[in-house]
Write a protein that binds this ligand. Structure first.
Ligand code: VG1
Ligand code: CO
Length: 552
């Protein structure tokens, strides 16, 4: 017990002179620079809006933790003291506040919590000059639905005051039971429950056998949240040698890196696998542990293909041995999984970008696996995408198949055909320029139908809208699509997670049937679409950028 428990904490109200008007959550939580979050009352205002909006706060249990970035400890302290003022009965937080997003989702479900607050800006850089973020999850363990985030935003804009109690800082160095007034604060090991869940889903004995044979693996935690999880799983339970997990210590600034697992920001790992010969399998996760990148020797697995391969091989994992209820992918994700779903004779849903849109389908039991092109894959075991889960799933498949990652890919394409796919990101464009480009392209769409584009004819051109098959809710304006008669397409979106200017994402896709040329460089295979969209949307001309910032 902390001393404040005996004396009883003093409750205070802090008045806001003017409410903040910029606390609208994006694709996944509220993300701003650390400096913005350090403004007086800024974090507190958003947390107050959450506590006033999330159902069941009084008497409820909340899960709390983060990816370890700069600001994590301060935010945990503030949220605990505000949670006590709002009469939560219990907060479960973790040693050093380290909690991955999928592990948080699991804890919410396992403890029947009202939800969770995850302190992370995910793949964005961290540190005093980087970004901070607050993700809000609901009682199902998933990212808050749009109706809830809209209500939180509305509340923040009208906020006049917030409440908190004065209490000593709860020590997070070790597990223990504490209290702030009547509110229990349990500090638990944030890794244990998650590791137990993984052991239920996969056959660790068989994966261990694979790693013992000549199948060296390497994992890059990017100095972010997955280090302790990966060490326990790979070097502990699966017997991989010490050092398998690189950059395994979470650092407040991620060691100055950009914790985004792609070929640009995880370049060292990519080099080890694509150019070196020491490893058969490599993987990396992002800041908060929900994304994954999978590499084999000389082979990069496109995330859209990864989802398709997990779906096609799901029965090798004990948890999915009985088959899949259905699958889902975000709209910009390639249709590789659609082809597998067709063959398996199961439903395949197309949702807007962001994991929150999978929640209803998972809760209703309509899908088992889902994924996004942005290195996110997951299943009904939690309500978030899950980086290390995907790594274990891949290892389970390789255990059963006993071949290289490259062979898995080649065999998949020769059975299902290949969806050549790439995403081009143009980061930090001035807002007016990016919106000008986007709005101009949107206004051109109706006239494109039936017209030639990149040597084919446009069959459909629109701004994607989604009607949720479970609750009927409608979501508009989810990205511009140009669909071509041969099944190729280009999608253009503006990012909802960036914090500097605007990020333009261009998604390119072309299908090559199984008897076609399956071994091209995607940039080459997609060249006509790349040139076509640049000419149409005037990307280089309007952004002044010769090439994308990141190509995946
Ligand atoms: C990006 C990805 C999207 C993902 C989201 C959150 O959003 O494209 O697929 O769900 O990040 O992932 P946007 O709006 O920037 O394109 V995470 O790992 O940043 O929580
Ligand atoms: Co993330």
């Amino acid at each position: 017990m902390t001393s404040s428990a005996q004396t009883g904490p003093t409750q205070r109200q802090v008045h806001l002179n003017t409410p903040f008007n910029d606390q609208k959550p994006g694709t996944s939580g509220l993300r701003k620079s650390s400096k913005q979050f350090e403004q007086t009352n800024y974090l507190e205002s958003f947390i107050e809006a959450i506590f006033q909006t999330l159902p069941g706060v009084e008497g409820g249990t909340l899960i709390l933790g983060g990816d370890g970035r700069y600001g994590n400890h301060r935010a945990i302290d503030v949220i605990l003291r505000m949670g006590a003022a709002h009469r939560l009965s219990r907060v479960i937080t973790t040693t050093n506040g380290i909690l991955s997003t999928p592990a948080a989702s699991h804890l919410i479900r396992a403890n029947k919590a009202i939800g969770g607050i995850i302190l992370s800006a995910s793949h964005n850089q961290g540190g005093p000059d980087g970004d901070f973020g607050v993700k809000v999850n609901g009682a199902n363990g998933g990212p808050a639905a749009e109706s809830l985030t809209n209500a939180i935003y509305a509340c923040s804009q009208a906020l006049e005051r917030y409440s908190l109690v004065d209490a000593d800082v709860i020590p997070l160095e070790a597990p223990g039971h504490h209290a702030i007034g009547a509110m229990a604060v349990d500090v638990i090991d944030g890794v244990e429950d998650y590791v137990e869940l993984m052991q239920k889903l996969f056959d660790f004995g068989r994966i261990k056998d694979l790693i013992k044979t000549d199948f060296p693996v390497v994992f890059d935690a990017m100095h972010a949240v997955t280090g302790p999880y990966a060490q326990r799983l790979l070097e502990g339970l699966l017997g991989a040698p010490t050092g398998t997990v690189r950059n395994g210590v979470p650092l407040e600034d991620f060691g100055g890196g950009h914790p985004d697992p792609n070929l640009t920001y995880a370049a060292e790992l990519a080099d080890l696998l694509l150019n070196g010969k020491s490893y058969s399998f490599g993987a990396a996760c992002d800041g908060d542990g929900d994304r994954n990148m999978i590499l084999g020797r000389g082979c990069f697995v496109n995330p859209s293909d990864s989802l398709a391969i997990l779906a096609a091989n799901a029965n090798v994992a004990p948890a999915y041995a009985d088959g899949l209820a259905g699958v889902a992918r975000s709209m910009p994700t390639s249709a590789a999984v659609d082809v597998v779903a067709k063959e398996l004779n199961i439903d395949c849903f197309e949702t807007p970008t962001g994991w929150k849109f999978f929640g209803n389908l998972l809760d209703a039991g309509r899908i088992t696996l889902c994924g996004e092109e942005s290195f996110g894959t997951g299943s009904n075991h939690v309500r978030e995408k899950d980086g290390l889960w995907a790594v274990l799933f891949w290892l389970q498949i390789l255990t059963a198949r006993r071949c290289s990652v490259a062979d898995v890919m080649t065999q998949h394409w020769s059975r299902f055909g290949r969806h050549y796919y790439s995403r081009h990101d143009y980061e930090a464009i001035a807002n007016e320029k990016a919106h000008g480009l986007y709005n101009r392209l949107e206004s051109m769409l109706p006239r494109l139908i039936g017209q030639p584009f990149a040597g084919r004819q446009v069959s459909q051109a629109d701004n994607f809208r989604y009607s949720d098959p479970v609750d009927g809710s409608e979501t508009q304006s989810q990205g511009l699509r140009i669909l071509l008669e041969d099944g190729s397409r280009v999608v253009v979106r503006l990012s909802g997670t960036g914090t500097k200017g605007a990020t333009l994402r261009v998604y390119l896709e072309r299908y090559e049937p199984s008897h076609g040329n399956l071994n091209q460089d995607p940039q080459h295979a997609l060249a006509d679409l790349i040139n076509g969209i640049d000419a149409l949307a005037e990307i280089q001309k309007r952004t002044g950028m010769q090439r994308p910032t990141v190509i995946t």
